[in-house]
Ligand binder design. Structure first.
Ligand code: WTA
Length: 654
């Protein structure tokens, strides 16, 4: 619980009520809260009917009889892709731009809803021709290019299940995800642009499939990087060849609301990533509803931009499904914010007149460090709503974001949610909520949140506790792929009693005297590095998989830029201690973690130590290592088997 302390809030006591003008034009009306309060489940049924097209209307809203396995809108049928595409064209909005895409090298494409629909229909025919049917799993390993969206929607259109793997993950990580979901097909690209260079993706797919035992039958390859690729005849196919010659017509069939839509792997407290499973009707309802109300979306006039990669949940819910279900026009950008110059993002906001902008605190803090001269050089006057996600936003960054990017007027919504929750759960609503920097504020209408003490009773403000969701919500995860027991154990075992089910989120929080929720960071062994979730144990496993390592412990240390940073402590095998210097070992191991998991997991520091602090029962005391990594006075060491260990570690590091 180190990323956002209550103390830092004390520096900022200003409150920002909405202007009368904003409120008058706002999409969200205060009655939403009243309606949801009067009939929570009925509120979601209304949202589902109002925002989506149903091939077959539902009559049941929530079935919680097999809790914690929920069913929403179970007897209804819909097609997720039809909801994101065809119906907008049929409503006469085919000429509206769906995606203004910008490649890192400066190439760009604007794609209308009619064009996107046509492309998805052809791609769906290609996938069907490759044998993809309802329920089959397809892995997507792509850069941020329009074809990534086309691929996801084509899979959804067939009632199949996508598993998007972030393009920065290693071949190893990709392999384990492909295997866990028994994917039949992989959709990838030759490469994508990042920091002025092409990073190869197809090569990683080849590596992931190299042992020949995989369930994958075909690899469909989008040409993007124009880099050399190896080719396996019979298995590999070029996307442009196949989509180019595919039939243009494809009728979207309705699938039951609980038909699985996607699996997305995320880090938990154990070494193995969990395949979070989401289904169709409830998920699409909540992401469409929150995208509209939380961002005050006026689809006819707004230009929306969420900077997330499609490989993360934010990209799924707030680049693909929410915005497209709502018929929004959005910007998608392939590359890094500082390529070829540090004003690239602001230049894009100016170019496309972006009015709603959604990004992560880590990005805001890094721009803050570079100085306001950079954004000040661009015309950002189109901005009217700003969003933040991924980690607590510290009040300093909040104020900078509002002043420098939002001209001192744009409301900021600090949105708390998770891969598991599928959609936004806690956020202000612009035009209604009086904003308070440093707090995600209030549950959205229709969501019930409580803060509990260790014993499961509600804690009174301003005490801190553990955040739980006390009632089922439409976009909730439906399980962990292939592991129902782990699902129950991880999320539902801690606070549920009898038939009262409470979802334990893994976050600490406190409610302030106004009733606003302040998030305090993870309470488990999950780190949050630049808004990305990483597991300490997964990185420890990667470290001990290297032959020179005997033991490893990883902690998330507070870091000004990235929120937390990965810091590792390793004991080398005795025959290795003299074989290399500490510097060599550290460099080697940092590279090894990046190669095993992906560059986002590369430790900021690897310390070679002679021993690790352990309790008498043999548990590593990460808390003490965190003190060291953050340069603090050591906490209580009395439970250590050997209290001199910490002295030795700190002396050595000095
Ligand atoms: C953290 C990202 C504070 C939290 C959508 C959560 C936040 C984890 C916020 C989920 C926020 C996300 N304020 N903390 N506004 N948003 N988090 O699954 O610890 O990548 O449990 O989903 O990020 O990360 P995930």
């Amino acid at each position: 619980m180190s990323t956002n302390s209550i103390d830092s809030l004390l520096h900022e006591s200003r409150r920002f009520p909405p202007t009368a003008e904003f409120t008058a034009g706002a999409i969200a009306k205060p009655e939403l809260y009243d309606e949801a309060k009067a009939d929570r489940v009925g509120f979601w049924a209304d949202q589902a009917r109002e925002l989506l097209h149903w091939h077959k209307p539902f009559t049941q809203t929530l079935d919680w009889s097999s809790a914690p396995f929920a069913q929403w809108f179970a007897d209804g049928e819909l097609n997720v892709a039809y909801n994101c595409l065809d119906r907008h064209v049929e409503a006469g909005n085919g000429d509206r731009v769906a995606i203004h895409w910008e490649g890192e090298p400066g190439d760009s494409r604007s794609i209308t809803y009619a064009e996107l629909t046509a492309e998805v229909k052809r791609a769906a025919n290609v996938l069907a021709g490759l044998g993809i049917r309802q329920g089959d799993r397809v892995a997507v390993y792509m850069p941020v290019v329009p074809e990534a969206v086309v691929a996801m929607l084509a899979i959804a259109r067939l009632g199949a299940v996508h598993s998007v793997v972030f393009g920065g993950f290693s071949s190893e990580s990709l392999r384990s995800r492909i295997d866990d979901a028994s994917a039949k097909l992989v959709i990838t690209a030759d490469g994508g642009w990042r920091k002025g260079k092409v990073f190869p993706l197809k090569a990683a797919v080849d590596g992931a499939l190299a042992n020949g035992t995989s369930t994958v039958e075909h690899v469909l390859v989008v040409k993007r990087g124009e880099n050399e690729v190896e080719w396996t005849e019979g298995r590999d196919l070029w996307w442009h060849d196949e989509v180019g010659k595919a039939e243009p017509e494809h009728e979207a069939q309705g699938f039951e609301a609980e038909n699985p839509l996607f699996i997305l792997y995320t880090s938990g407290t154990t070494g193995k990533p969990k395949g979070i499973l989401h289904s169709s009707g409830g998920y699409l309802t909540q992401v469409a509803s929150t995208h509209r109300n939380v961002f005050d979306l006026h689809p006819e006039t707004d230009v929306y931009w969420c900077t997330a990669d499609v490989g993360w949940i934010t990209g799924h819910s707030y680049v693909v499904y929410g915005p497209l279900a709502n018929g929004a026009t959005q910007v998608m950008y392939e590359g890094t914010p500082d390529t070829p110059h540090p004003g690239r993002w602001w230049e894009l906001i100016q170019k496309y007149k972006v009015s709603i902008f959604y990004t992560a605190p880590t990005a805001i803090r890094s721009f803050m460090k570079l100085g306001r001269e950079i954004p000040d050089a661009f015309d950002l006057s189109s901005i009217r709503v700003l969003g933040s996600v991924g980690e607590p936003i510290n009040p300093e960054a909040w104020i900078w974001y509002r002043d420098v990017i939002g001209a001192g007027t744009a409301p900021i919504v600090d949105t708390w949610w998770q891969t598991e929750t599928g959609g936004i759960m806690i956020s202000a609503l612009p035009g209604i909520t009086t904003l308070k920097p440093g707090s995600a504020q209030v549950p959205i209408p229709g969501v019930k949140i409580d803060i509990l003490g260790e014993d499961g009773t509600r804690v009174d403000p301003p005490q801190g506790g553990l955040l739980v969701v006390s009632e089922p919500w439409p976009a909730m995860l439906r399980g962990i792929w292939g592991d129902p027991e782990r699902f129950k154990e991880t999320y539902w075992s801690r606070f549920s009693k009898g038939d009262v089910w409470k979802y334990f989120a893994g976050d600490g929080a406190h409610v302030d005297s106004d009733g606003d929720i302040v998030l305090l960071g993870r309470v488990d062994d999950v780190m949050n590095v630049s808004g990305h979730r990483l597991s300490t144990q997964e990185i420890e496993s990667a470290l001990v998989s290297h032959p020179i390592v005997a033991e490893a412990a990883v902690v998330g240390a507070a870091d000004e830029a990235t929120g937390q940073a990965v810091v590792a402590f390793v004991i080398l095998r005795s025959d290795q201690e003299k074989a290399q210097t500490v510097e060599e070992a550290s460099t080697l191991l940092r590279a090894h973690v990046a190669q095993q998991i992906g560059a986002i997991a590369r430790p900021r520091q690897v310390f070679v130590v002679a021993e690790l602090p352990k309790t008498r029962s043999g548990k590593i005391m990460r808390r003490l290592l965190q003190d060291v990594a953050e340069g603090r006075e050591l906490g209580d060491t009395t439970t250590l088997t050997d209290s001199s260990v910490m002295q030795i570690i700190t002396d050595k590091l000095k």
